[in-house]
Design a protein around this ligand. Structure first.
Ligand code: THU
Length: 129
């Protein structure tokens, strides 16, 4: 079974592969599926800025496109010094997490802290069908 530390490490390693020439904010995300499989990805930006994709969305969509549907844990890491406050997922990514049963979100900070949040805390009164 994967540990939280392994998931966080994988997110940090994934951030090394980010394509972030516009923001210079390299983010990595790793997801753990209910089967115990791990998938990682990074943010991929575009000259047309809004076309850019977040690390979390890329990692979740990668896992789902491999047949995974339940993703209890996500770890997010930014490896750039600017990220002192923490690599908190954007609102869109929180909604994507909601779709696939994310319960816990491990957010790393630039000072080496790992914060364990519930998705309920990050996205209260969420939209669900
Ligand atoms: N970004 C992520 O990949 N995940 C987040 O949680 C927040 C922001 C990316 C999008 C963009 O490439 C860069 O970080 C700056 O916003």
């Amino acid at each position: 079974m994967r540990t939280d530390a392994e998931l966080v490490d994988a997110a940090r390693r994934a951030a090394e592969k980010a394509y972030a020439p516009y923001s210079n904010f390299r983010v990595g995300a790793s997801v753990l599926t209910s089967e115990g499989a791990m998938f990682s990805s990074a943010n991929v930006e575009n000259a047309a800025y809004p076309v850019s994709q977040c690390a979390e969305a890329n990692a979740i969509n990668f896992a789902v496109s491999q047949g995974m549907t339940t993703i209890p844990v996500v770890a997010v890491a930014c490896i750039d010094a600017a990220d002192v406050a923490g690599a908190y997922p954007c609102g869109r990514c929180r909604q994507i997490m909601s779709e696939f049963g994310v319960e816990r979100v491990l957010v790393t900070t630039g000072v080496g802290e790992v914060r364990d949040h519930s998705l309920d805390d990050l996205l209260p009164f969420r939209f669900e069908l």
